[in-house]
Design a protein around this ligand. Structure first.
Ligand SMILES: [Zn+2]
Length: 428
């Protein structure tokens, strides 16, 4: 055997994708595939565990991008999570195929893959619930199991956009899933301050899907115009992942129901991948909506926890800059008035004209430069700002006391918000 042939057969050949067949890989096979693809493509992939399942299995996430191991300022973080319910298995297969597709495309110098990986860091968690997968039967309807390590993940990365893949219907669902019974209830839907963006995101998926946009094609009677629905309007749910991501981690998340059958027969898998491929890629591209940038203090240093608000969008927890001093704000094209507040600095208000970013693979870039409040000899206290209030949002990115729900207490949130609103009215 020639040395060249030996080299080609070696698992250490770099820059290689591995053929993925269309079947359900068990947890061990999936792990082996992820290790192979990451070790042979270390320049654009990074395999890491977000924690362990109840039975001690690793929850593997694969990050793809030009800097797969760490965040780069200006590059948005995106994630797809699948198989949260152990027997909803198509999303798991779709994410493995997506990894294969992205790596193959990048190695083949294909523009669509180069553009996605050059402009975003994409995290894919094929199974959030490996224990549930092991225990699942091939039932089409019944739903079982979930794990919670994903909550801690939200603290380590500042995700901008996300989707959680499920099965049992064919629809893109958007927040809120829950309601306080207040002004957010509009015509049976529980509307978030960013509902215009959410509807756009949901349609970006359904209209790029082969059939989802036609409404519900599954055998139950629910109909979904355009293949999208407000979560609450479909069925109220407390402690859902998409509310949690949006309210507590300022990450806009959808719930994607990608197949009528939760455990589709193997022979249908190639067609189901073909139906979802374009929409999975198009949705990632939406991470480039709106505006991104940093907030600098009076000394020119980027600051964490500066509050960046958009007029007319009263988010339950105000969006804040992360530890890099960055903010990402997904918005549809238009003019928006931004208000930035940070302790010891003057409140800054600027109007920005926001173009459509996805076509250019970048949100509009805009940095906010704050000016320090001049020190006063008379010892007059600084005006309070949103940033130095202590809203209930500060310490609540955690599990909800081990109950059945993974999300925050909606009632507690409501009381806290009333407090924030009262404090805000003091600021004026
Ligand atoms: Zn589910």
């Amino acid at each position: 055997m020639s040395s060249l042939l030996l080299f080609l057969l070696s698992p250490l050949v770099l820059g290689q994708a591995f053929a993925l067949d269309f079947r359900y890989h068990n947890n061990h096979e999936m792990e082996r595939y992820l290790v192979q693809i990451s070790s042979s493509n270390p320049d654009i992939t990074h395999l890491y565990s977000i924690g362990q399942s109840v039975r001690g299995q690793q929850l593997w996430a694969l990050a793809l991008g030009l800097s797969p191991r760490r965040h780069t300022v200006g590059i948005p973080e995106f994630k797809y999570v699948a198989n949260m319910h152990g027997n909803e298995v198509l999303g798991r297969l779709l994410l493995l195929q997506l990894i294969d597709d992205l790596v193959r495309g990048y190695r083949g110098n294909e523009t669509w893959s180069l553009q996605l990986l050059n402009s975003a860091r994409i995290h894919l968690l094929p199974t959030m619930n490996p224990d549930g997968f092991d225990a699942s039967d091939t039932d089409c309807v019944y739903s079982q199991g979930r794990v919670r390590a994903v909550i801690g993940w939200l603290r380590t990365e500042s995700f901008v956009l996300s989707a959680n893949l499920h099965g049992g219907a064919l629809v893109a669902s958007y927040p809120y899933d829950n309601s306080n019974g207040g002004s957010e209830l509009v015509g049976g839907a529980s509307m978030a301050p960013d509902s215009d963006v959410f509807v756009h995101l949901a349609k970006a998926y359904s209209h790029n899907h082969a059939t989802m946009h036609r409404g519900n094609l599954c055998s139950d009677s629910t109909s979904f115009p355009d293949g999208v629905t407000n979560g609450y309007q479909w069925y109220p749910l407390a402690g859902g992942m998409q509310d949690y991501n949006y309210v507590w981690a300022q990450c806009l998340e959808l719930t994607l129901e990608v197949s009528c059958c939760k455990f589709p027969p193997v022979e249908q898998l190639p067609a189901l991948w073909a139906e979802n491929r374009k929409s999975l890629l198009a949705f990632i591209q939406q991470v480039h909506l709106g505006v991104k940038g940093r907030v600098f203090n009076g000394s020119g240093v980027p600051v964490q926890d500066a509050v960046v608000e958009v007029k007319g969008r009263r988010n339950m927890c105000p969006f804040k800059t992360d530890r890099h001093g960055e903010y990402y704000r997904l918005l549809l094209p238009g003019n928006y008035s931004f208000t930035v507040t940070y302790p010891g600095h003057e409140v800054l208000t600027e109007t920005l004209s926001v173009p459509y970013g996805p076509d250019r693979y970048s949100a509009m870039k805009h940095d906010f430069l704050l000016r320090r409040v001049p020190a006063t000899a008379g010892g007059v206290p600084l005006r309070p700002t949103s940033a130095n209030l202590t809203p209930p949002c500060n310490n609540t990115l955690r599990l909800d006391g081990g109950g059945a729900n993974t999300g925050p207490s909606w009632a507690g949130l409501s009381a806290g918000l009333a407090m924030v609103a009262a404090l805000r009215s003091l600021i004026g």
